[in-house]
Write a protein that binds this ligand. Structure first.
Ligand SMILES: [Zn+2]
Length: 178
């Protein structure tokens, strides 16, 4: 479904031309387009077939797609970056959007395997991080956009917890006075 052209750019099968050389991202082998009568339009390996059907390019394809957006979920994007190294290189999100209020939004793209919540602790440490979205994709479409972190919610929960602890302490103090 995906291949690289001679400029190392991703090409979707829909935009691929016949009689043109494309390359497999996994093995580097030459690919051509076949417009079969039985099978739908697809790439095939000219030489040895490594079995890759462009899966290795899905992530990169969507990363490029999202980094070109000017707006996302009603947020105005001022700048977007990939390969941003955060928290002493321990966390490299797929995409970081800077939005017009000066805060940041992180996009994580997932194909088949959703990210685990081990990242939550990292998100909390990033004070300017407003929201994190996990976007599930396949070859042709965005399957689901999930909000997996919201700083405001986290701060509210934290404040609630602090209030509860305070009340509990008061309560215990009052009891012990009696
Ligand atoms: Zn291959």
């Amino acid at each position: 479904m995906f291949a690289l052209n001679s400029n190392n750019e991703i090409v979707h099968i829909k935009e691929a031309l016949s009689k043109t050389d494309y390359f497999c991202a996994k093995c580097g082998g030459r690919l051509r387009v076949r417009n079969g009568k039985i099978k739908i339009k697809h790439f095939y390996h000219l030489d040895n077939d490594c079995g890759d059907r462009g899966e290795s390019l899905i992530h990169r394809y969507w990363k490029e797609y999202f980094s070109k957006l000017k707006e996302f979920e009603r947020f105005k994007i001022i700048d977007s970056r990939t390969e941003v190294r955060l928290l002493n290189n321990t966390y490299i999100p797929d995409i970081v959007f800077k939005i017009d209020d000066g805060s940041y939004i992180i996009i994580e793209i997932c194909y088949k395997n959703p990210k685990t919540f081990s990242y939550l602790e990292k998100f909390k440490k990033l004070t300017k991080l407003k929201k994190v979205y996990e976007i599930e994709v396949n070859f042709d479409e965005i399957i689901e956009t999930k909000e997996i972190y919201d700083r405001e919610e986290y701060i509210n929960e934290y404040t609630n917890l602090k209030n509860k602890l305070f009340l509990a302490k008061e309560y215990i103090l009052n009891i012990s006075k009696k």
